[in-house]
Design a binder for this molecule. Structure first.
Ligand code: FAD
Ligand code: EPU
Length: 337
C-alpha cells in the first residue's frame, strides 16, 4: 500500500531531509507486481530505492518511491572449486560480501564495505581495488515496470562498462532488479595487484593472504580515506574518473608534471578526478554545512543540514573549474534527483 508524504531522511546516505509524495516497500516479486497495478505508478514519476547511497535529493520526490527489500541468499550450484549463488536485490551488499568471505567464496572481497544493496550493484557496475561486479555476475533478474513480466539479462546483455550498464542507458527506468546471480570461486587466486592492498597487507605482516585478509585490508584502506555515511552525509565518488587522450595527457604534463594517469589502451588514459579536484584547490573546502572531503577530493559531503541544491551547485562549480583549469569535462556519478 502506498503511504503519503513519507520521510526519506534515513533512506539516503547524503541525509537529505526530503519526502516522497507516495512510498511503499516490497519484499517479494508478488508484492512488487501487486504494487505495480496501482495507477499512480504508471501516472507519476517512479523511483526505485535501494540503500540510497548513490543519490542526491535536491527536493521532495513528487511521485512514487518503491524500496526494494527482497532478501535471500540461495546456492544454485556448487562444486569443489566454484559456487553459483542467487541473491535477493534487497540484501545489503557488504553483508553479502561478508557472507561470501566467511564461506570462503572468492571474487568480491575487493568490493568490501561498498554501501547499498545487491540490486543496485549491476546498475553502475560497482567497482573498487581492481575488481568490478561485472567480473562475477552471470545474470540479473528484473521485473518490467509496465508489463510486470520478469526477464533475465545475461552478463553480456547488461552491456557493462566503467560505472555503466544498460540500466543507466537504453533500459533506464524500465526495470526493477529483483535478483542477481553471482559465480564465485573456491581456492581462487586473490587480486592484490592494486598497490594500496599490497602495502596494507605488508603492514599487517601478511605475505600469503586469505580471502578474509584481503577483505580486511580493503576495509582498512577505505576507512582511512572515505567518510562514514553514518557520521558525515555523502554518496562516495561524486564524479567518474575521466578518460582523456594520450595526446592531451602529454600536453597537460608540460604544466602538471605530477599528473597521475592509468593506461586504458594505446590512445587513452584514465585520470583520477580526485587528483584534478585537489590540484585545482578544492580539497577540504568547507562551506559551512557542506563541502569537499578533506581526505578524498572526489567526495562531496553534507556536514549537517545542507540543501541538496547547495551540493548540486558545488558540483557545478567544481566541473566548471576542472574544465577551465585542465580542459577536462567531469561526468557526474551520483544520481541527482
Ligand atoms: P541507490 O542509491 O538506492 O540507487 C542508485 C540507483 O540505482 C538509482 O537510480 C536507483 O533508482 C537505482 N536502483 C537501486 N536499486 C534498484 C533496483 N533494485 N532496480 C532498479 N533500479 C535500482 N560505488 C562504487 O562503485 N564503488 C565504490 O567504491 C563505492 N564506494 C562508496 C563509498 C561510500 C561511502 C558511498 C556512500 C557510496 C559508494 N559507492 C561506491 C556508491 C554506491 O555505494 C553504489 O553505487 C551502490 O551500488 C548504490 O547502491 P544503493 O542500493 O544505495 O542504490
Ligand atoms: N587522489 C588525489 N587526491 C584526492 C583523491 C585521490 O590526488 O583527493 C589520487 C590518489 O593519490 C591516487 C588516485 O587519485 O593516485 C586514485 O585515488 P583512489 O585510489 O582513492 O581512488 P579514486 O580513483 O579516487 C576510485 C573509485 C572509488 C573506488 C576507488 C578504489 C571512481 C569514480 N571512484 O576512486 O569508487 O572505491 O577507486 O578502487 O572510479 C565510488 O564510485 O563511489 C567510489 C568510491
Amino acid at each position: 500500500m502506498l503511504v503519503a508524504s513519507y520521510p526519506l531522511l534515513d533512506l539516503n546516505t547524503f541525509h537529505m531531509d526530503v519526502k516522497a509524495q507516495w512510498f511503499a516497500s516490497f519484499s517479494s516479486k508478488t508484492e512488487l507486481r501487486a504494487l505495480l497495478t496501482d495507477r499512480r505508478i504508471s501516472e507519476e514519476p517512479l523511483l526505485i530505492l535501494g540503500g540510497g547511497s548513490n543519490i542526491l535529493f535536491t527536493e521532495d520526490f513528487e511521485g512514487v518511491v518503491l524500496k526494494n527489500n527482497i532478501k535471500g541468499i540461495h546456492i544454485v550450484e556448487e562444486s569443489n572449486d566454484s559456487i553459483l549463488v542467487d541473491v535477493g536485490a534487497g540484501e545489503n551488499w557488504h553483508q553479502f560480501v561478508l557472507h561470501a568471505v566467511d564461506n570462503g567464496w572468492a571474487g568480491i572481497e575487493n568490493l568490501s564495505l561498498i554501501p547499498g544493496s545487491v540490486g543496485a550493484s549491476p546498475i553502475q557496475n560497482i567497482g573498487a581495488y581492481g575488481v568490478e561486479v561485472k567480473d562475477v555476475i552471470t545474470s540479473v533478474e528484473a521485473v518490467n515496470v509496465h508489463t510486470k513480466e520478469s526477464r533475465q539479462f545475461s552478463n553480456a546483455e547488461c552491456l557493462f562498462g566503467y560505472r555503466d550498464s544498460i540500466f543507466k542507458r537504453e533500459e533506464k527506468g524500465k526495470w526493477i532488479i529483483t535478483k542477481v546471480r553471482f559465480a564465485l570461486k573456491k581456492n581462487a587466486a586473490l587480486n592484490t595487484t592494486y598497490g594500496a592492498i599490497k602495502d596494507t597487507l605488508d603492514k599487517m605482516g601478511i605475505s600469503v593472504p586469505s580471502i578474509k585478509d584481503v577483505s580486511q585490508a580493503v576495509i582498512a584502506i577505505r576507512q582511512s580515506k572515505l567518510p562514514d555515511p553514518a557520521q558525515i552525509g555523502n554518496a562516495g565518488s561524486f564524479f567518474k574518473n575521466p578518460e582523456i587522450s594520450i595526446n592531451q595527457l602529454h600536453s597537460l604534463k608540460e604544466n602538471y608534471p605530477a599528473i597521475v594517469s592509468y593506461p586504458i589502451d594505446a590512445t587513452k588514459v584514465k585520470v583520477p578526478a580526485g587528483w584534478l579536484i585537489e590540484t585545482a584547490g578544492w580539497k577540504g573546502k568547507n562551506f559551512g554545512s557542506y563541502g569537499v572531503h578533506k581526505d578524498q577530493a572526489l567526495v562531496l559531503v553534507n556536514y549537517g543540514n545542507a540543501d541538496g541544491n547547495d551540493i548540486k551547485q558545488l558540483a557545478q562549480s567544481i566541473k566548471h573549474s576542472i574544465w577551465e583549469t585542465f580542459g577536462i569535462q567531469l561526468e557526474t556519478e551520483v544520481n541527482i534527483i
